[in-house]
Design a protein around this ligand. Structure first.
Ligand code: FES
Length: 167
């Protein structure tokens, strides 16, 4: 996949909700300059290796409605893994304490409420009430040192008024 130098970088709603500056990049290929959009939610350096960070994004669904979309991003060296921050067993966010996503050994995602453990690379629950089920993966890529979300449509912050309403 080829990327054009981003002609315009715009902050995304993620920046408002998480305090992390986010960027919008335009993806292109040789035939089409605007085939889809990827959203940079933070710099790679914003998440230390072997740590996880949560983001509350606003996704535009197929029905055109915008809905909060909490995601967790795990960085492991130069690799990143993304999942919807929602336990498959009870639907609650994993970080019972803000941004506390990992188990005491730091090698699995953990539901802070019930202790379910999920593999970092697959999101599969290996222990707990939802054993065998999986976190919903979020497509991520790294472009130009930024961690980017792909394959979704997000609300950008310039589409949202200061009071949180969309323009
Ligand atoms: S909500 Fe599923 S283990 Fe906590």
């Amino acid at each position: 996949m080829n990327l054009a130098t981003p002609a315009g970088r715009r902050r995304c709603l993620a920046g408002i909700l998480t305090g992390t500056k986010a960027l919008l990049l335009t993806k292109c290929n040789e035939d089409n300059m605007n085939t889809s959009t990827v959203y940079a939610i933070c710099a790679m350096s914003d998440i230390p290796s072997q740590k996880a960070k949560g983001f509350l994004l606003m996704r535009v669904d197929d029905d055109g409605m915008t809905r909060p979309w909490p995601v967790v991003v795990v960085r492991w060296g130069q690799r990143v893994f993304g999942y919807v921050n929602k336990c498959p067993h009870d639907g609650v966010t994993l970080d019972w304490e803000r941004n506390q996503f990992l188990d005491p050994n730091g090698i699995r995602l953990m539901c802070g409420k019930h202790g379910a453990l999920f593999e970092l690379g697959t999101g599969i629950c290996v222990e707990g009430p939802c054993k065998g089920r999986s976190l919903q993966p979020v497509a991520l890529s790294i472009f130009d040192g930024d961690i980017c979300i792909t394959d979704v449509k997000l609300v950008e912050d310039d589409e949202v008024l200061p009071n949180g309403r969309e323009t």
